[in-house]
Design a protein around this ligand. Structure first.
Ligand SMILES: *[C@@H]1O[C@H](CO)[C@@H](O)[C@H](O)[C@H]1NC(C)=O
Ligand SMILES: *[C@@H]1O[C@H](CO)[C@@H](O)[C@H](O)[C@H]1NC(C)=O
Ligand SMILES: *[C@@H]1O[C@H](CO)[C@@H](O)[C@H](O)[C@H]1NC(C)=O
Ligand SMILES: *[C@@H]1O[C@H](CO)[C@@H](O)[C@H](O)[C@H]1NC(C)=O
Ligand SMILES: *[C@@H]1O[C@H](CO)[C@@H](O)[C@H](O)[C@H]1NC(C)=O
Ligand SMILES: *[C@@H]1O[C@H](CO)[C@@H](O)[C@H](O)[C@H]1NC(C)=O
Ligand SMILES: *[C@@H]1O[C@H](CO)[C@@H](O)[C@H](O)[C@H]1NC(C)=O
Length: 360
């Protein structure tokens, strides 16, 4: 009995770890970003693995039960994970099936990249009866469920619902009620939270951050322009008070990946305006400027919500000001005062930013 419980827990951890591990891959397949973030120099692979494993171990009811028989192998020498030292495989492979809903997954590199053993990721439907976890992407499920599995579900199998879109952009499908066992989304209260980015505490010596060269004040890159969006209304007033450099399809000014990086890093401020306002819906729009050395001006959920993920002195929230005009005045003040502007970079002594959950 004890063994059964432990191996079940082990498997749960496995599914979670595997999901997190490969999230970047799924993410990459589905949300082909305008910028290839995999190329960005960020954190080494072993850090990434450690980070992901910590997350998995923090899962409720798993932390205390995880033990060395789990086959998660961690190469990093860190002592943060003393509970999960390198071990040999004791269980048969855990199989996580990405249920193919019309798109092709790229699964090739997962295991070798993260040095995760005992876990198989597959998109081969023939393995349905053996799969411990089956993951579905909400947006690709047909309303009539015609592309969902039709075989009876093995008793041990968990279905995972994955969605990264906000409720405003998600079609509600009541046929999906009571089908899933786990959720994976940007929401922090998901079973498998996969925020669009995150900050990691820096280890090693303290280094002074060099702010990239700036030759623009405020920039905004928009591909999806809709008059009804809150951000559009804000922008219309805001632009009357400050000069804003605009780019992107929304302004009929296409921008290449390379230009994207250059533009964002050359601006003192970047408008990280979300398309819709929902709890925890804080996307790459906020993380990219942080990665690129620019101060994001955010419009989205309340400041407290951002502060769950990002230090409060790393960004400016539109709600900090009673009007777009006041915000414009503040930005102009910061433009004139280098010391004040630098205050928005002090957090970098302690953290590094990472975009995309579990990405390399
Ligand atoms: C770890 O799990 C195994 C079964 O998988 C069990 O036999 C062993 O006692 C556990 N060890 C600890 C320290 O809980
Ligand atoms: C998780 O732990 C809590 C508190 O320890 C307990 O009440 C709950 O039943 C556990 N859930 C499972 C699925 O084991
Ligand atoms: C899918 O799995 C089945 C059963 O293991 C195997 O026979 C088949 O070759 C696999 N298909 C692909 C495309 O890998
Ligand atoms: C189910 O929905 C899909 C997509 O809307 C459609 O192509 C398919 O024909 C439908 N199948 C049935 C059995 O109604
Ligand atoms: C998963 O959820 C379904 C639907 O609620 C349930 O029937 C099944 O027993 C659950 N499976 C597991 C392994 O928890
Ligand atoms: C967004 O705009 C809608 C409609 O204009 C408004 O009702 C809502 O309060 C706005 N939300 C926020 C957070 O400003
Ligand atoms: C903008 O770039 C996208 C992707 O490279 C391309 O599909 C689109 O046709 C371009 N639009 C214009 C107006 O150049």
């Amino acid at each position: 009995m004890a063994h059964q419980i432990s191996s079940r827990v082990c498997r749960n951890v496995f599914i979670t770890v595997a999901v997190l591990m490969c999230f970047s891959v799924i993410f990459y397949t589905y949300y082909m970003p305008t910028v290839n973030w995999l190329k960005w120099p960020t954190v080494s692979r072993s850090d990434s693995c450690r980070d992901i494993c910590i997350n998995a171990l923090k899962m409720p009811n798993q932390t205390e039960r995880v033990n060395n028989t789990c086959t998660v192998k961690i190469t990093s020498t860190t002592n943060l994970l003393t509970q999960a030292e390198p071990v040999t495989k004791t269980d048969p492979d855990t199989i996580l099936l990405m249920w193919p809903l019309g798109r092709k997954f790229y699964l090739g590199s997962c295991s070798s990249l993260y040095n995760i053993h005992g876990c198989r990721l597959t998109d081969n439907r023939s393995l349905f009866n053996n799969a411990h976890g089956v993951m579905f992407h909400h947006r690709d499920i047909h309303g009539n469920l015609s592309n969902m599995p039709t075989l009876p579900r093995p008793l041990f199998q968990k279905w995972i619902w994955m969605n990264m879109e906000s409720p405003s952009r998600t079609v509600k499908r009541s046929a999906l009620n009571n089908l899933f066992n786990l959720t994976a989304s940007y929401r922090l209260d998901s079973d498998i939270p996969v925020p669009y980015g995150r900050l990691l505490e820096k280890t090693g010596e303290k280094t002074t951050y060099r702010i990239p060269h700036k030759n623009k004040l405020v920039c905004w890159i928009v591909s999806n322009w809709k008059a009804k969006y809150n951000r559009t209304q804000y922008y219309e007033t805001f632009k009357q008070h400050i000069r804003i450099e605009t780019y992107g399809r929304g302004f009929s000014k296409n921008i290449s990946n390379e230009d994207y990086l250059n533009v964002v890093s050359s601006c003192k401020f970047y408008l990280a305006f979300e398309n819709s306002i929902h709890k925890d819906y804080i996307t790459e729009k906020a993380y990219r400027p942080l990665v690129l050395g620019t101060v994001p001006v955010v419009l989205g959920p309340p400041r407290e919500n951002y502060e769950k993920l990002i230090p409060g002195n790393a960004f400016i929230h539109v709600d900090d000001f009673s009007s777009p005009k006041e915000l414009a005045e503040h930005l102009k003040l910061l433009d004139q005062n280098e010391d004040l502007y630098r205050q928005y970079f002090t957090w970098r002594e302690h953290y590094v930013t990472r975009e995309g959950s579990g990405s390399v």
